[in-house]
Ligand binder design. Structure first.
Ligand code: PNS
Length: 162
């Protein structure tokens, strides 16, 4: 049986921290589907097609990873894609409560699906899409925290010509 995991998130935009999770997740799973899902708690900077484009370019180096987007409940999508696991990265303690809540809710909704957490690499512990967007908006150099396509798109979005 092929071991497929769904790696869900807002990916607004994808960061090197996310890519680190994909790379390490592929040592556990045969295939990872990186899927953009709607997080009702967030308003996004990039629309779904912009986020998909950045993801597509960033993960093309991983032959066993693919991308997708879905509007609905994560557990329904996991079943639809015949996957058995949800992959999530965990950074600091501050991530824990939200992740714990989400994993328990998903387990309540479907007990056949397991959530697997990977600890973010130390290098990416302070990296988040939100903090990257904020730094980039005001001209901060975030080029070593995101894939080149994301750096370019952030500059375009905020009107920089670096
Ligand atoms: O990158 P994020 O914003 O932390 O990811 C959160 C996300 C998108 C994975 C979460 O909000 C989600 O799963 N949304 C889809 C709706 C759903 O199934 N929610 C969880 C059970 S209530």
């Amino acid at each position: 049986m092929e071991r497929i995991a769904i790696y869900p998130g807002s990916f607004d935009p994808v960061t090197n921290g996310h890519l680190d999770i994909v790379e390490r997740g592929l040592k556990i799973f045969d295939k990872i589907i990186v899927t953009i899902l709607h997080n009702p708690a967030k308003t996004t900077l990039f629309n779904v097609s912009e986020r998909l484009e950045m993801l597509r370019t960033s993960i093309e180096k991983f032959p066993n990873a693919e991308i997708d987007s879905f509007n609905g409940l994560l557990v329904d999508y996991v079943v639809q894609r015949k996957a058995h696991a949800i992959l999530r990265g965990m950074r600091a303690v501050s991530d824990f409560e939200f992740e714990f809540q989400m994993a328990l809710m998903n387990r309540r909704l479907n007990r056949e699906i397991q959530t697997v957490f990977l600890m973010t690499g130390l290098r990416w512990i302070f990296t988040s899409s939100s903090i990257i967007k904020e730094a980039s908006r005001f001209g901060g150099d975030i080029s070593d925290m995101v894939p080149p396509i994301v750096h370019q798109k952030l500059n375009e979005k905020f009107g920089f010509t670096r």
